[in-house]
Design a protein around this ligand. Structure first.
Ligand code: BEZ
Length: 226
């Protein structure tokens, strides 16, 4: 890459408004959506929210992804999780797309989709990444807990669709970690063994080494069933 191009990329990066990080309070906003005007903090009250952006309505990858979210809505509901979509399109475009997909495939996008024409929310959440595209949001997914804390963030480029199984797996992993105060190993799925927090004192380490209730690799890696 030549120096001029690199300088331009750096300029764009510096222009970007700071984006929420894991552990931050998810920024509040009011936005026009397919469910009317929504204040995020009210929509998010007492539940998890998976908020996701897509680059543009009436595009093929986005249609498969939005349909994927819609088809799994019952599973998100069962995990006390609300969905919220976003793209930098008009509300008229959103309405026409929702109607078009329902007519063509029978899948209904039964969650609010933000019409972020002024890019206010995309910028607030770092969904607009100008070195990828100047005016279309990347494929972001924010997992936000009932305290409105950002717990996990995924970013995909414009040309690669996300994996719905991984989105649901990550959500269940976060909720399981919270509920049982454990950590989840590589490729963990519901029903698999979980990781017990490692000891942090010598005394606890000796105890752990004698603990017959866990599957022990060594004092720092112990698993148990829930
Ligand atoms: C798509 O959803 O197919 C798409 C959208 C924007 C850029 C590339 C692909």
């Amino acid at each position: 890459m030549n120096e001029e191009k690199m300088n331009k990329m750096e300029e764009k990066e510096n222009e970007m408004i700071s984006m929420p990080k894991i552990g931050d309070l998810a920024p509040d906003f009011e936005a026009v959506t397919t469910w009317g005007k929504q204040k995020f903090s009210e929509y998010a009250k007492d539940s998890w929210v998976v908020m996701f952006s897509h680059p543009a309505d009436f595009t093929p990858v986005c249609t498969t992804e939005m349909s994927g979210f819609a088809e799994k809505k019952d599973e998100f509901d069962a995990l006390n999780t609300k969905l919220m979509g976003l793209s930098i399109d008009s509300i008229h475009s959103h309405l026409a797309w929702v109607d078009n997909v329902r007519k063509n495939t029978g899948v209904y996008f039964d969650f609010p989709i933000i019409a972020d024409l002024d890019m206010k929310v995309s910028k607030l959440y770092g969904m607009l990444q100008p070195n990828e595209h100047e005016t279309a949001a990347v494929r972001a997914v924010f997992f936000i807990d009932p305290e409105r804390k950002v717990r996990l963030i995924m970013y995909y480029p414009l040309n690669v669709g996300r994996n719905m199984d991984e989105i649901l797996r990550a959500l269940e992993a976060l909720q399981t970690a919270d509920k049982h105060k454990v950590a989840l190993p590589l490729n963990w799925r519901k029903g698999d063994k979980v990781i017990v927090p490692p000891p942090v004192t010598l005394e606890a380490m000796e105890e752990r080494l004698k603990d017959k209730s866990v599957e022990l690799t060594d004092f720092y890696l112990a698993k148990k069933s829930l």
